[in-house]
Ligand binder design. Sequence first.
Ligand SMILES: [Zn+2]
Length: 1132
Amino acid sequence: SFPSKAVAANPVSDLSSPLDLGNCSLSLSAAPLPYLHASTAFVCVSRSPVSQPYSQGAMNLSGPHPSYSQQYGAPPPMQQVTNQMSGMQIGSGPPTSVGPGYAHHPSSQPPISAAYSSAAPPSYTQAPPPLSAAPSQPPLPVNLQPPSLTMVAPSPQQQPFPSAHHLSQPFVSSSPYLGPPSQPQAPPVSQQQSFPPGPPAQQPFPNSAPPPVTQASYSGPPPLTQHSFPPSSQSGPFPPISISPSQYPGPQPQSQPGPPPFHSGPSPRGPIPPPSMSQQQANHLPPGPMQQQQPPQPGMQGGYPTQQNGAFGQPRGPQPGYAGPQYPVQQNYGAGPAPAPAPPAQKRLDPDSIPSPCVCKTRFLVLPQIQVIEDDRVNKSSEPFTTGVKGQAPPLVTTNFQVKDQGNASPRFIRCTAYNMPCTADMAKQSQVPLAAVIKPLAMLPPDETPPYIVDHGDGGPIRCNRCKAYMCPYMQFIEGGRRFQCGFCSCVTEVPPHYFQHLDHTGKRVDCYDRPELSQGSYEFVATVDYCKNNKLPQPPSFIFFIDVSYNAVKSGMVNIVCQELKTLLDYLPRENPEADSVVRVGFVTYNKVLHFYNVKSSLAQPQMMVVSDVSDMFLPLLDGFLVGVNDSRMVIESLLDQIPEMFADTRETETVFGPVIQAGLEALKAADCAGKLFVFHSTLPIAEAPGKLKNREDKKLVGTDKEKSLFQPQSGFYSNLSKECVAQGCCVDLFLFPNQYVDVATLGVVPVSTGGSVYKYTYFQAETDRERFLNDLRRDVQKPMGFDAVMRVRTSTGIRATDFFGSFFMSNTTDVELAGLDCDKTVTVEFRHDDKLSEDTGALMQCAVLYTSCSGQRRLRVHNMAVNCCSQLADLYRNCETDTIINFFSKYAYRSILNTPTKTVRDTMVNQCAQILACYRKNCASPSSAGQLILPECMKLLPVYLNCVLKSDVLQPGADISLDDRAYLRQLLSCMDVSESHIFFYPRLLPLVKLDGGSLPMAVRNSEERLSKGGVYLLETGLHLFLWVGANAQQELLSNIFGTPTFSQIDPNMTSLPELDNPFSQRLREIIDSFRSQRSRYMKLMVVKQEDKAELIFKHFLCEDKSTSGGASYVDFLCHMHKEIRQLLS
Ligand SMILES: [Zn+2]
């Protein structure tokens, strides 16, 4: 036992070691890199290669005339394409029939895919390679003949469960990356012939349009169209997820014509609290330890077994893997501090209702994750959350609530780990509670909330503090009758410009306070003047450039066809601020394999023109005029191009790709157009072709778990880091869509997207039939979503703290400015604060996040978010006002970054230690006396252990044998820009029993444990990236009929990716729920049906995060005991 009132001044020495995970930083070198070839950027013909890149001599790709202008008529097969490169005019002819390499995509009937019925137990991260899938590389290198499709052997390179799959071994060595055959790489004879020296000085921009080609030449719709794609007419049935202008970014009318927007905000208001819960609330029964008996959980009746362990403190059956007796029988948990006045946020609560420590006679360790979420939902969803009260923790991310901006930024924009910051660095160090904010500057708001207003201060630009340059905000104090104002951040006094002068009322407030968003709101935007623009020049509208890999695998998987078909309609939904006007975003198109094909799609052309750049060693842009165009101007030419691309490359045998030159080409194009923009790169393989940024296969699973594991997460070379820096300087954001069949080195390929504010999407073993929906939804959202370009974010703080560390997808060239080539509505930046002085309880702490960016219409703007939090000198106050979900968001980002430099096990141990210190500090200083055998957790951190355990055993930090290095790198990057809501569900998925779906409410979630699953039930599991529908082997026939249209378990097709549209309320409601879940996430969640005891159940069980994991992750119960032990050790 120990003194109950240990105070802050008496820190425990062993609590004070700071978290030190090594020196983590972005892997971008600080040295400036000159542009590679500024002087040659626009020389497009007759340029001698700087060097001879193809040293093997076999491939004459880099002749003196690397670029050709070529008009083409009918889509030529590959041989013709290579002929084009030699300058031949290809006349029109019959379209090439789609080669055998093209899979047909009969979308009308779900294919009996090999996905989960093949012998291999599937990996939960991706579907396993179907037996029919193409190998990622046909065995070209070994055979000088062009490979024929009959040579294609199934080559499941990434075998989730190697021991179980007899097919995996024979093909591993056939990987072109691994064996020596690929090293000298004698190219096929046909390729040698393909690139003779080009004709000298060929006219690259023919003035006359090419002979019109009759429509008949192209009239056969591409194969996919017949089956699955909507007609390409503008007003076609493409389901637009249109951005509602009323949500973004200006103060526009709420009424929204047109289709419903996708929104990242919460779904429609949550379920009405069931009477029993309301009653509980009315009685002020606190959530937590006082509840010895749990009211029956709503939704849990009706043929389902009662939740034996769901209730807090209820007797609990034996746990698998938990022996029980070693834990103390008497436990106390979840209790708040003894002298706990109600926090201001909960005025409605009777102070008497605040829980005090109590001793539960029952077995401990049943901390009700679900109950905490449910209580918050019941208590906080009924009234709007107003931001006017400083230091008030918002409702949980799982609660649907409305926000009213009254002077602080909405929690949709900023969430903090602590809303009551410790006054001193010592106190912060003692508690070990991280001080951080998770900021989502361009977050979309739900339709019933007002987006930030746009403020124009005229030619002088926004009013700012003279010294610290903070922007005008509610924390500026006007003095001297309104002639000057004192800065809330640095206390400096600044003159008010005459045009901004206003009188003060008797309270010292400006009389126009409530007419001006910058004086009364937490979030708003300023129109930026030319002073805020690069080179003091107003920006051009941004451009989007699409780079489509047309190598063998990309074509074979159906990706090329799908992308081209989709773009025809998607281009009508480019982002715009005025829904009435056309988007001003210009577009450009490039296809590539080991060479790049640029397309002239100028409106005056009858047909697009292709220009091939085969000298990829020194990338340049072969055309200026006609490359970036307005969609409406060039619609016919673009559509023609998109029709032709799939057919042109249908028979390609080129398996190699480049990647570095692709990014360079996009960068050069944006430079030439003097604009910012986004590159959409659709890429399939490891770029092994000779070119800058060429990569080698370095996948080595033997390194996992060793000290060298960290190298797997670092990029292979500095090339892409340097390239990123150039991209950021230009405002060139890169989004990467990967379609790999084997290792592609996501850790390296992702460097540019991650450094430029872009995104990486990954569709392993992409199959058109089963993955098209997910890919297309992701692509649609990605193209349409509101975003800013060429952005710089700065976080200012009041004296005493400062922002010291940043996490997310961005680049930093100094210690304060977060540079984002692109910033979209889904991206968050997590900022850590540290003390540099004492804070005052009187003034609290202020932060102001200002993001300067170019809107999608080309306007330069400043978005400002302000946040004030309280400061405290008592630890108990700190522990009363923390937000665990945000703390976990911070910890996980910290840990995921740390593995770049620190062994994974060390990272895990350090996290456990820090959390133990947090909880020990609470126990020592805030909790009332009790026996050391009791586990006492602060009320707002009750869930810290369960969530921490989920982070520790996540695939990135503790991988199972079935997860690939690419997947881990991918997840690591993905998490780095997740908001709190996404990281919450990523680590603790939502498991819903599908009972009583009538009415508008959701069934109450159950804990993520196998023992919660009833054989007689059906459950929906949402992870943020996947949706699973688990069907119990004895599920009631009526339930099955309602959902699947068949009463028989065995007749349910586990390969379905969407539910049949049945005409019954249950089916309708379930599909509604699935749709609403999908609409809340930034990534489309594919639905997987998992039948109990099918092999696919392994995947599903991986997400039951309270159970022991196959990779050795502890069960929640075991972990809680471990934490308890750690805490006791710290206290003893
Ligand atoms: Zn200032």
